[in-house]
Design a protein around this ligand. Structure first.
Ligand code: ZN
Length: 489
């Protein structure tokens, strides 16, 4: 690979050179949604973060197998081992089959991912489609001695595991601290210790989502699906496991313990976590009334939103920050992102209007490597955007005639946007498809030229008609002393 990529490994807590186990193949697993509600901002950030990684790895020549799961069973309320299954609860409230709930919200998730221009993963396995693999995984953990059966349920023996392997290596928690902070919950008398977690739960009589197993008719715990499905599709050792920081403990910590119990060695080489999103400085939460889902952002229908925000504004806003820093949503911040994105897109469209000069008075040739350097430094999309703003300033000056660019420079600057803004950052020009912009710009020039000729011939009917109909179609036409200029409103 030409590019030397560094990524921050949450496990070692430092940036490491990315060296895949079987280059050019890369195995990447990201925890997907639990499909019991509308996709919201908390879903957008990991999806966009790992979409950026997926796009960049592909761009620099790797062949990526990207697995992102759908959790459709076993995720109980409060993320603990007790309470109702989140999907089953929704199904009961809406009087639907649990799988109708799963299908409905999976479709919604796919729709908003499409709107956000998030590429589909290579494999999208459902937990409910991998019960056999999960039962096998639980078997092998019992055989290794780190799990026990208790009244038809199976629990992971955290204290025994901790003696041999150190539980908490990812989140840097120790077991005494966990024993002191874990709440006592009903049903924990089945567990040897309150820090143990469920691998299999015996279903109560009213529980609908149930499967036969050697231990009971029941269902898998939340954490085992990701161990079972990642190893099934990516092998006993694979490169990257990602997800939101909120999943680091207990979900990913439990995955590491399960993996080590099963495989007797480290399974994941690089753990990556995106940071969280707050709204007006507050955590998102249903009880706080600031839980805005993505469709509400796109339509502006939530009472906290001053306007609708296009999917690309949301994507751009998330990419404006480095993925390991927090992001705070507010109307002001989103409006600023919308402006910033428009500035870049306007500059891109204006490239057609630059008249090439014989020599150059601005340095655009160095920008490409600077953008690569930023991405190679743990995917710093924020710095990439600062270089693209720099390019926008040069383009605008070249259009105004205060800076000279050669034809090679003009091509370079267009290529810079095509590579980084469109291909790697995954921004779409919703008003104008990037690839057609050159032809589109020429067609506009032809129309405005006909209008100028009509004006010269005092054919006001034609010149007014062109202006009025273009205005109606969404263009803004401005007459200047050097002729007419246009932009999309
Ligand atoms: Zn997971």
């Amino acid at each position: 690979m030409e590019q030397k990529l560094y990524i921050y490994n949450t496990l070692s807590r430092r940036k490491e050179v990315f060296e895949p186990l079987h280059a050019p193949l890369v195995g990447m697993y990201v925890c997907g949604p639990t499909v019991y509600g509308n996709p919201h901002l908390g879903h957008a950030r990991p999806a966009i973060t790992f979409d950026l990684l997926y796009r960049y790895l592909t761009h620099i020549g790797y062949k990526v197998r990207y697995v992102r799961n759908i959790t459709d069973v076993g995720h109980l309320e409060n993320d603990a081992d007790e309470g109702e299954d989140k999907i089953e609860k929704k199904a009961r409230l809406e009087q639907l089959e649990p799988m109708e709930v799963v299908q409905f919200y999976t479709n919604r998730y796919h729709k908003v991912m499409d709107q956000l221009n998030v590429l589909s993963p290579s494999i999208e396995p459902h937990a409910s489609g991998h019960i056999i693999e999960q039962i096998q995984a639980i078997h092998s953990i019992i055989e290794s001695g780190y799990a026990y059966v208790s009244d038809g349920s199976v629990y992971f023996d955290v204290q025994k595991y901790d003696k041999d392997h150190d539980y908490g290596i990812l989140s840097h928690r120790n077991i005494e601290e966990m024993l002191n902070t874990t709440r006592d919950l009903d049903g924990q008398n089945e567990k040897r210790s309150k820090v143990d977690f469920a691998l299999w739960k015996k279903a109560s009589p009213e529980h609908i989502m149930r499967w036969p197993s050697p231990w009971s008719d029941g269902f898998p715990g939340w954490h085992i699906e990701c161990s079972a499905m990642s190893i099934k599709y990516l092998g006993q050792e694979f490169d990257i496991h990602g997800g939101g920081l909120d999943l680091m403990f207990p979900h990913h910590e439990c995955e590491i313990a399960q993996n080590t119990a099963m495989e007797k060695h480290r399974v994941v080489k690089y753990w990556m976590h995106n940071n969280m999103i707050t709204i007006n400085g507050q955590k998102m939460g249903k009880s706080l009334g600031n839980f805005i889902n993505l469709e509400e952002f796109f339509t502006g229908s939530h009472r906290m939103l001053a306007q609708a925000y296009a999917p690309m504004t949301i994507r751009f806003f998330i990419l404006q920050a480095h993925y390991r820093s927090t992001v705070d949503f507010s109307n002001e911040a989103l409006q600023a992102a919308e402006k910033g994105l428009n500035r870049l897109l306007d500059a891109y469209r204006a490239i057609n209007r630059i008249k090439p000069a014989g020599n150059s008075s601005a340095d655009v040739q160095g920008l490409r490597q600077k953008c690569y350097d930023a991405l190679n430094d743990d995917l710093n999309s924020a710095i990439v955007l600062s270089h693209l703003y720099e390019a926008a300033t040069i383009i605008n000056s070249a259009v105004a005639g205060t800076v000279n660019l050669t034809q090679a420079d003009i091509d370079e600057v267009r290529g810079l946007y095509d590579t980084f803004l469109f291909d790697i950052l995954g921004i779409k020009d919703d008003k104008q498809q990037g690839n057609n912009s050159e032809a589109f710009g020429k067609a506009m020039d032809i129309l405005l030229d006909i209008r100028a000729k009509a004006k010269e011939n005092k054919d006001w009917a034609t010149s007014d008609r062109i202006r009025d109909e273009l205005t109606e179609a969404g263009f803004e036409i401005k007459d200047g002393k050097d002729g007419a200029e246009w932009k999309l409103k």
